[in-house]
Design a protein around this ligand. Structure first.
Ligand code: HEM
Length: 380
């Protein structure tokens, strides 16, 4: 049987998730070497438990980047830490991201999309640039970087994110360290400008002041985090939306509102982030089983989205679905604070492509997927 890790890159992972939901909503999987939480109740409980942490307690920073700029950034990311400091810094990050105006994000993303369509038309990497480059350049613009610095940051973040998976090679870790140093140089001035700074970085500093947070290094690290958290996940959201159009699973939207409704339903139906992990620091008891300290839980967000207990007719792609229950942006203390930015960017990119005359037949309906363990990103 296919593992939930292998499912991430299948043309259709839904049958694998449906059988997990029916047969093994919370169980140990020898092949994965971890407990697998699949249904909505298990995923919610796992993500809400303080016994389960985002990093292995013995290795808060991957050994291969410890002592490098990449390790310093990694160690300060709210995404990669737990406890009181994470909670305080998360409040600052969430406050700052909450100030971002959706209309401005859409306008910036639409502008970067039009630029890419002009500059890169007929280039084989056009869709890769629309999926990865445009979201990164949009968040760089929100951070106040100009066009050249934004393009440089978008390139560097591609190198930085390579150090995040446990499978990173020493070469990837070295490249990530160089990228992290470059990203700190690009974003540093926006943080050092302090409370009078403009854009998202100025908002981050002002949010820190409101929360009586002092210490600029963690702010700078989490500014890098805005770009790294955007990168793969938003690429997947754009790609999976385009694949639904190419396959004819979704009809081509006629208005910006319809495009946004489609993007929001793709988040649930074909999640760009399919799973995340937790590591037991203390015993975690659930449904008659116990995850002992040192144990891992694979949290299959994409399966929980398809749980009929929370979403009726879960296998139907239904833009505008009433009250969907969606786990793609996580839950609990680490829930993603970037949802609205991600949806705004994906809506703008898809909308511009449709306005430029993209027809479903212009894309492969059955693409290969990047060989990743948690993000579902088609190779278009
Ligand atoms: C489709 C796009 C995106 C998806 C699917 C996504 C999904 C997620 C998920 C699942 C988590 C939690 C991981 C866990 O609990 O293990 C997370 C955390 C986070 N995301 Fe996103 N994300 C997206 C885009 C963004 C964007 C655009 C930003 C900001 C510009 C962002 C900022 C963050 C941050 C700062 C965290 C860490 C929160 C914490 O650990 O407390 N994300 N994201």
């Amino acid at each position: 049987m296919t593992t939930p890790i292998e499912a991430v890159r299948l043309p259709d992972p839904r049958p694998v998730y449906a059988s997990l939901l029916r047969e093994r909503p919370f169980a140990f999987d020898e092949r994965v070497g971890a407990w697998v939480a699949a249904d909505a109740a298990a995923v919610r409980t796992v993500l809400g438990s303080p016994a389960l942490r985002v990093r292995p307690p013995a290795e808060p920073v991957p050994a291969g980047i410890t002592g490098t700029a990449a390790g310093e950034v990694f160690g300060d990311l709210v995404r990669m830490t737990d406890g009181d400091l994470q909670r305080r810094l998360k409040a600052v990050v969430t406050d700052a991201l909450g100030t971002v105006d959706a209309g401005r994000t859409r306008a910036l993303a639409a502008g970067h999309t039009r630029d890419a369509l002009t500059v890169r038309q007929d280039r084989p990497d056009l869709f890769q640039d629309l999926m990865f480059g445009v979201p990164a350049r949009t968040v760089a613009s929100l951070c106040g970087l100009d066009r050249d610095a934004g393009a440089e940051a978008a390139r560097a973040i591609g190198d930085f994110v390579q150090c995040i998976p446990a499978s990173a090679t020493p070469e990837q870790q070295r490249a990530a360290a160089v990228a992290a140093a470059g990203l700190r140089e690009l974003l540093g001035p926006g943080i050092e400008a302090g409370e009078s700074g403009t854009g998202l970085l100025g908002d981050l500093v002002r949010a820190a002041t409101r929360a009586s947070w002092s210490g600029t290094a963690p702010l700078l690290a989490n500014a890098v985090g805005f770009l790294s958290q955007t990168y793969d996940a938003t690429a997947g959201l754009i790609g999976n939306t385009l694949v639904a159009l190419a396959r004819g699973t979704a009809k081509v939207p006629g208005t910006p509102e319809e495009t946004e409704a489609l993007v929001r339903e793709i988040v649930r139906y074909d999640a760009p982030v399919q799973n995340t992990r937790r590591f037991a620091a203390e015993p975690f008891a659930y449904a008659g089983s116990t995850v002992e300290p040192g144990g891992q839980v694979l949290v299959v967000l994409a399966a929980a989205n398809l749980d009929p207990a929370v979403n009726p007719d879960p296998h139907e792609l239904r833009p505008g679905r009433a009250d969907p229950v969606v786990f793609t942006f996580g839950a609990g203390a680490h829930r993603c604070p970037g949802e609205e930015i991600a949806v705004s960017i994906a809506t703008a990119v898809a909308g511009e492509l449709i306005a430029a005359g993209l027809a479903p037949g212009d894309l492969p309906p059955e693409p290969e997927y990047r060989p990743l363990a948690n993000a579902r990103i088609p190779l278009l």
